[in-house]
Each structure stands twice: as structure tokens, then as C-alpha cells.
Design a protein around this ligand. Sequence first.
Ligand SMILES: [Fe+2]
Ligand SMILES: [Fe+2]
Length: 257
Amino acid sequence: MTVAELNSRTIGQLAVEMPIAIRVFEAWKIDYCCGGKTPLPEAVEAAGKTVDAFMEELARLSVAPAQGFDWRSQTLTTIAREITATYHGYTREELQTIDPLATKVLSVHGERRPELAAVLSLIRELAGDMIPHMLKEEQVLFPYVDQMEEAAAGHRPAVTPFFGTVKNPIRMMMLEHDRVGELLVQLREVTENYTPPSSACFSYRELYRRLAELEARTHEHIHVENNLYFPRAVALEETAGSPNPAVEGCGHGGCNH
Ligand SMILES: [Fe+2]
Ligand SMILES: [Fe+2]
């Protein structure tokens, strides 16, 4: 990709078109998931970098073998199944098992490290947001999009959902993603970029390592939804004809009720 092409793209588009860019965004702490609509030149400048340096970094990383699932070539139904199996499954499991670990580390080291209390409360807030959020996607949004895709394949009109248009739950999901993004920023801040003190025990180090991993995988998860799945679902609905445009913009997430 040329510099001119890079200059004309948002970071969300780049993350979809060349997933290797995600590695540069993560390394440079550029929010490519919730902040996916930011143009690349603006995002790199805010990170104190340049588009040229970005290209060099991409070239360096491209030497490594490409890996991962090619989301773009899949149907929306397959993407939703993959999101559920890969990201939702991992997130549920991780949030459930990281809580007792953070509780244990707090009970042992909390007196000298008061930030551990903030870490535990942020983990609980994250779980309180993510778990119902994923359930709404799995029980309301994904089944509707599956149904819409199946109807389109059979050249039939989609059934009008109770939430009017798919844009309503998507708007709500994106707001919730923003909140999750903010909680992750706070976790990174209170843990000083997930750096345990030099004297930290194994559990302490393991807690921070797992939190850093949770952050990276949540960024990927939100990116796949915000920059790939949601725009395609909206485009599919538009092609098929908006079922009930009169209720669009009511601001109610539908699946949030
Ligand atoms: Fe999700
Ligand atoms: Fe989501």
C-alpha cells in the first residue's frame, strides 16, 4: 500500500484490510477498535509517530509469516459464530477466573500496593459490562443478522425485528464498547502499563500478564465487531431494504431492554 493510500484510510479500515497493522497499533497504543474511525495520519501523529514510520514498521513485520483467521472472506453468520466461540468464550472464562486471582493478590499485597484494590474493582466493572453485553449480542443481534443473511440468500424479505432496524442495537453495542475501552484504559493506568513491581510474586506477575492479554484480545474483539461485522450488517439491511425506517434514531438499543 502506498503512502497516499495509507493517508486516505481510517485505522479501523486498515485493521480490517491488513490485520498485521493491529500489531503496530497495539505497540504504539493506538486505539483502533473504539477509535477505528480516526484517519491514519491523525492517529499516528497523536502517538508521536509518522505515516512513514508506520510503513517501515509494517514492512518489518510483514517479513514474519501472516497468521490468523481471514474475517473478510466469511459470511456474517460464520463471523458471529467465530466471535462467540473465540472471543466470547475466552472473555467469559477469563473474567471468571481472573477475579479470584486478583482477590488473592490483593489480600496478600494490598497493604503495600493500594492500586490492587482499584484493579479488582475495575475487573468487576468490566465483567459487569461485558457479560450482559455479550449475551445481548448472542441472543438478540447475532440471531437477527443470521436471519437477515438467510433471507437475503433466499431472496426473501427479512422479518422486521422488534428493535426496528439493526442500527439501533448496533448503536447501543458501540456505546458499550466505548465504555469497555475506557475501563481498559483505566486498568492500564492503575497498573502502570501492566508492570508488576520487581519484587512481585508469581501470582502478581501472572495477574498482570493475563490482564494485558485480556486487553489485547478485547481490542481485537471490539475491532472485529465495530469495523467489520457491524458495518456489513448495516449494509446488508440497507440492500435488503430497511424494515422499518420510522423507528430508526429512537436511541433505544432494543436488545438493551
Ligand atoms: Fe462481542
Ligand atoms: Fe460487542
